[in-house]
Design a protein around this ligand. Structure first.
Ligand SMILES: Cc1cc2nc3c(=O)[nH]c(=O)nc-3n(C[C@H](O)[C@H](O)[C@H](O)COP(=O)(O)OP(=O)(O)OC[C@H]3O[C@@H](n4cnc5c(N)ncnc54)[C@H](O)[C@@H]3O)c2cc1C
Length: 480
């Protein structure tokens, strides 16, 4: 079957899935006035295959039929770079918001393939062929996938089996000859309302007592017992002129409630192998943080570009402090890009046929992006001026009397007043809107918190070698 059209994608979502939005059940997500926007936004991932500029990037010529490059397992650094470029292209067309419906799921499948192979070798399980079959079907059907890894987690000090609410982490409540039954709550699940399959992974390392919580599998989104409670964040954006990005582009996250959901064995990828829960959680994020930084690149370009444009329109481009702010924005952008490229170049085969980016450099790129975004936002806010939050509404600009007066007074050093106001609206969406807040929280938490990135960097940094070098320089090495 191969590549899917955006129309067929939308049709597939009308499958009786249970979505709750602001206390109401949603009969058809595609037609919902708010959630439907997330469907249309994500469809860009399918449109890329027909896009003249990106077609060759988006498609792989498979043995039998072409399929989406998202489902191509990277074999070397250049494959990782092509994957980065595809993710960045989709996010650029998505107005700085990643479509995510292929990106996150393929990351999960790459991680699963890696860990299932090692589990099968060491434990004699048979998970790898199941994951492989699922990947081939995802390719064939060009599935949109969501990934539910993060659990509700309850008391953060306690392990899954120590929680007072045992379902704070998703767990196996019954093992049957034909499959498993799971209950519990996953949270922050992006694109679940508009995906065709949901991949579920453990979120942390586990102990033997947590065996029932060590579970990974795939389910359709209309599985009986599955309910998606959708977040209303970014649900109130009503004006396309004032919000050139967030009016059309949005992701939706859900609290994803499993109430006795049955999963047949063919789609179970881990069931009780507690020692492998941590490695699987990490194997996924090793790919997913590379994706995360790839989809930040269009946002970085937009921040630098909007700052540069506002400086030009306001006539402040030559001022020393303005040049300094612009230089700092460019350095931030270039550092993230450079680190990501180095992460691709420094990657390695983790299993025959699976090339993974360098974890320390990927996490350094993600850390650098996440800890620098708020300051970058501050720089754009500074250059833009207070109109970011005081500009008149789009209707005022169209008013027969006030429109021309406002446009006249909005004129700066260059261009028209309308041009300047439109650039301010863009900057507003980037640094002073609900979308801006979403981007900032996304930067800090999505794909793992800052602490998680730091831990990975420390874990992979060659500290002993650095200490030995310090001993050599200090002359404290005792000759053997
Ligand atoms: C917009 C968005 C989209 C997302 N999409 C997805 C998705 O599609 N799928 C998915 O699975 N997840 C998704 N996530 C989840 C994301 O990975 C988590 O937000 C992240 O791992 C942090 O977890 P948390 O939000 O539960 O915060 P917490 O884990 O509660 O972290 C809050 C703070 O507590 C600290 N903390 C946590 N535990 C401990 C502890 N034991 N000891 C000491 N300190 C601790 C953290 O370091 C952090 O400082 C998304 C998140 C966001 C914001």
């Amino acid at each position: 079957m191969g590549l899917k059209s955006a129309d067929r994608y939308a049709e597939a979502l009308n499958d009786g899935r249970r979505i709750v939005y602001r206390g109401q059940e949603v009969p058809n997500v595609v037609e919902h006035p708010v959630l439907g926007r997330a469907v249309r936004h994500a469809a860009v991932d399918f449109q890329l295959a027909d896009h003249p500029e990106y077609r060759s990037l988006a498609i792989v010529d498979g043995d039998e039929e072409p399929y989406s490059r998202y489902y191509f397992i990277p074999q070397d650094a250049d494959d990782l770079r092509r994957r980065r470029d595809l993710i960045a292209a989709a996010t650029r067309l998505g107005g700085t918001v990643v479509p995510l419906i292929h990106e996150i799921g393929s990351d999960a499948l790459f991680g699963l393939l890696h860990v299932a192979a090692t589990m099968d070798r060491e434990l004699g399980t048979g998970y790898q062929p199941r994951v492989q079959r699922f990947l081939e079907e995802a390719r064939r059907q060009d599935w949109a996938l969501a990934v539910a890894q993060t659990d509700a987690k309850g008391d953060r000090r306690r392990r899954p089996h120590q929680q007072t609410r045992p379902n704070a982490y998703l767990r196996i409540v019954e093992r049957r000859p034909d499959g498993i039954v799971v209950s519990g709550m996953k949270v922050h699940t992006s694109v679940s309302i508009n995906a065709e399959r949901l991949l579920v992974l453990p979120t942390r390392e586990m102990t033997e007592s947590d065996a029932d919580w060590a579970v990974a599998f795939a389910v359709p989104l209309n599985a009986p017992g599955l309910t998606l409670v959708a977040s209303p964040y970014l649900g109130n954006v009503t004006n396309a002129v004032e919000h050139p990005l967030s009016f059309s582009h949005k992701m939706v996250e859900t609290m994803t409630f499993f109430d006795g959901v049955f999963v047949p064995w063919a789609e179970v990828f881990m069931a009780g192998e507690w020692a492998w829960a941590g490695p699987l959680a990490r194997a996924f994020v090793e790919f997913h943080r590379f994706t995360a930084v790839s989809y930040k690149l269009p946002l970085l370009t937009a921040l630098v570009g909007a700052a540069g444009e506002l400086a030009r329109l306001n006539g402040i481009g030559a001022a020393r402090h303005v040049r300094e702010e612009l230089a700092q924005l460019m350095i931030y952008d270039m550092t993230v890009r450079g680190l990501l490229d180095a992460a691709a170049a420094g990657g390695a085969m983790v299993e025959p046929g699976i090339f993974r980016p360098d974890p320390a450099l990927t996490n350094t790129a993600k850390y650098h992006f996440a800890t620098g975004l708020h300051q970058a936002v501050e720089r754009v806010q500074d250059l833009a001026g207070g109109t970011l939050v005081t500009a008149p509404g789009a209707e005022d600009l169209e008013h027969p009397v006030w429109g021309p007066i406002l446009a006249d007074y909005f004129t700066g050093a260059e261009g028209s007043g309308r041009e300047r106001l439109k650039m301010l609206y863009l900057a507003q969406d980037l640094v002073a809107s609900e979308l801006a807040a979403y981007h900032q929280v996304l930067a800090i938490h999505a794909e793992g918190s800052i602490e998680a990135e730091k831990m990975t960097i420390v874990q992979h940094y060659p500290l002993s070698a650095a200490m030995e070098e310090a001993q050599r320089l200090a002359g404290t090495v005792v000759p053997s």
